[in-house]
Design a protein around this ligand. Structure first.
Ligand code: 5GP
Ligand code: ZN
Length: 115
């Protein structure tokens, strides 16, 4: 599997950095954001290192579909009942700070810290 030894999310996938996990399967890991914007804020990441959404192609369509399809199921499991927000920051101008593809899923009662 493709990993980047300098990548913080690859280290989380490998277990070298601890995280509060919400879901895991062969391809995906979901963990709670360390600096949440909302009462529930998780990050869906592929276990394989992909730098950003801009680095995906046709071969990644199934993976991307699985990531998006997981969002409502996760929110339901985490008790989010009244809607949620899905964000994929991409590249410098897109506000991406960690260069490993991740889908933010945020929910829970407002007001939120941000967003
Ligand atoms: P970006 O700005 O790249 O879309 O979002 C990166 C997110 O990763 C931020 O919301 C940040 O709080 C979160 N994050 C950064 N480092 C860690 C970490 O070590 N553990 C966890 N759980 N989240 C992290
Ligand atoms: Zn990575």
């Amino acid at each position: 599997m493709s990993t980047d030894s300098n990548c913080i999310f690859c280290k989380i996938v490998a277990g070298a950095i601890p995280s509060k996990k919400a879901y895991e399967d062969a391809e995906l890991l979901v963990f709670h954001d360390i600096n949440p914007w909302a009462p529930v804020h998780v990050l869906i990441v592929p276990k394989r290192h992909i730098a950003s959404l801009a680095d995906t192609g046709v071969a990644d369509e199934a993976l991307l579909g699985r990531m998006l399809a997981l969002a409502p199921r996760l929110m339901q499991q985490l008790g989010v009942a009244n809607g949620f927000r899905v964000v994929v920051n991409t590249g410098r101008d897109g506000g991406q700070e960690v260069d490993h593809l991740h889908v933010h899923v945020m929910g829970g009662p407002r007001p939120w810290t941000r967003g």
